[in-house]
Design a protein around this ligand. Sequence first.
Ligand code: SAM
Length: 244
Amino acid sequence: SDVQLDVITIFPDYLAPLDLSLIGKARRDGLIDLRVHDLREFTHDRHRTVDDTPYGGGAGMVMKPQPWSEALDHIAVGAQSRPILIVPAPSGQRFDQATARELADAAHLVFACGRYEGIDERVYEYADRDYDVRILSLGDYVLNGGEVAVLAMVEAIARLIPGVIGNAESLVEESHEDGLLEYPVYTKPAQWQGLSVPEVLLSGDHGRIAAWRHQQRLERTADRRPDLLPAAAATQSAELEIRL
Ligand code: SAM
């Protein structure tokens, strides 16, 4: 396989959707080798305990370091190259399209799904020996566990791996690739429920269509995500300079 992905979780079933659709096909085609590991397999007590009370007090439970170190060792032993360890956490750096692009170039990614109040902090230091550790957040809100974040990250990363998406061109024009949001899209019929497709799209005039789409992207970005505009302007003026 081109890319190896390992996921460590106490809920392996949560990752079942990665058998479906384009990611599932990429796995069957051998483009992605994705393995899900049950953290409880690395416990040694009868109750297969993965959590304990926090030092210093406070609410909730913390994931014990020992099952994590054993799971990480188990994966690192067979690794061909130094893997990247991705730990989803609301306290991490923001995961975005640029992060997905960067990670899509890696040969081996390992995802550690936290639960409860998170993982004992020493695990990150321990993992430094064998992994490049990245703490990444999906956004400024709190989920119950890392699994949903990993589903989102794996999907965003895997679709950028060459061969996973049949039509690579469809990736270039998307939202967040050059800082502007994508233009609105329509399909047949041209009239539906009294609503019509913008006339320009039926004109066959490629120049007008491109100009209209660019204008729509600017308006949509200004309307929905004005925070993106300064970065988009910088990208566009850099592109312009390259063309000049
Ligand atoms: N006590 C932690 C804090 O305040 O930072 C929150 C723990 S949260 C209830 C449990 C787990 O869900 C985290 O360890 C992480 O794996 C995952 N998680 C929650 N929100 C996330 C987010 N926005 N991005 C990525 N992972 C998240």
